[in-house]
Design a protein around this ligand. Structure first.
Ligand code: NDP
Ligand code: 8X3
Length: 251
């Protein structure tokens, strides 16, 4: 039977790697993100492997989310897997020096965006009496690190929502999994440091970070367990990272 997945933030990093692995595993994949040209490129790649639909919307804009999901063609409406991956860190500052626009962007994307998308997809899963929601949290949602304040708060919120969804959706046979990576080299740091490549590169100096594909492998494993098995919460770090602040770097 056809399995349909929707991946948010598929234009880059973990979301893109996940969309590719899901397509290779036989899922029909709805890829989403704001950068249409990157979605179009990925669509060309995926179409070789599976059925694909590209949808461009901003997860933090509830009207855009509603419009995009409401307009889904009938043959794409039976979404069985939702990967809530779109997210970002904006800035790295103490709370006293934080930028309110950065805070709003992180809260609007990582928390409200995840909720807007999930709210639209859950009714499809309830009506089909099955589904799987994978929320991409972070080790930043397990422990707070210096200057991580609001980003950490949004990922703690994702952790809480993952637990809450698992409880509320239990009666509907919907699995909910939290995936919490440590350092993954993607566009994440470039976005956090607003395009400053030097600063972004420094984050991974002297260590081998995770690749987006490493996280995508874990997501694929979690969503391909038998129907009676659910992985609740997975923390994945590079071998060189023991916690948010304990990393070992080669000189
Ligand atoms: P990337 O910056 O490479 O990818 C982020 C993705 O999110 C992009 O596809 C981007 O697409 C999308 N996105 C961001 N804002 C929005 C928005 N408002 N609406 C729609 N899509 C949006 O980073 P990662 O792949 O690393 O990040 C993916 C997730 O993993 C995030 O939730 C992040 O917090 C989490 N994470 C990352 C870690 C890391 O070290 N890299 C570690 C732990 C967790 P576009 O710009 O086209 O909209
Ligand atoms: C991203 C990883 O360590 O920058 O969620 O918080 S970290």
């Amino acid at each position: 039977m056809e399995k349909i997945a929707l991946v948010t933030g598929a234009t880059s990093g973990i979301g893109k790697a996940t969309a590719l692995k899901l397509a290779e595993a036989g899922y029909s994949v709805i890829i989403t993100g704001r950068r249409w040209h990157l979605l179009a490129e990925l669509e060309k790649q995926l179409i070789q492997k599976s059925r694909v639909l590209a949808l461009s919307f901003d997860v933090s804009n509830n009207e855009e989310v509603n419009h995009a999901i409401d307009k889904l063609p009938e043959e794409w409406k039976n979404i069985e897997l939702l990967v809530n991956n779109a997210g970002l860190a904006a800035g790295l500052s103490s709370i006293q020096n934080g930028d309110i626009e950065d805070w709003e962007k992180m809260i609007d994307t990582n928390v409200k965006g995840l909720l807007y998308v999930t709210k639209k997809i859950i009714p499809m899963m309830i009506s089909h009496k099955r589904g799987h929601i994978v929320n991409i949290g972070s080790i930043a949602g397990k422990e707070v690190y210096p200057m991580g304040n609001v980003y950490c708060a949004t990922k703690y919120a994702v952790d809480a929502l993952t637990k809450a969804m698992r409880i509320d959706l239990l009666e509907h046979n919907i699995k909910v999994t939290g995936i919490c990576p440590g350092m993954v080299e993607t566009e994440f740091s470039l976005v956090r440091f607003k395009g400053n490549k030097e600063n972004a590169k420094t984050v991974y100096d002297g260590l081998e970070p995770l690749k987006a594909e490493d996280v995508a492998d874990v997501i694929l494993f979690a969503v391909t367990r038998p129907s009676h098995v659910n992985l609740n919460d997975i923390v994945i770090t590079p071998t060189a990272q023991a916690s948010a602040t304990n990393v070992i770097r080669k000189k």
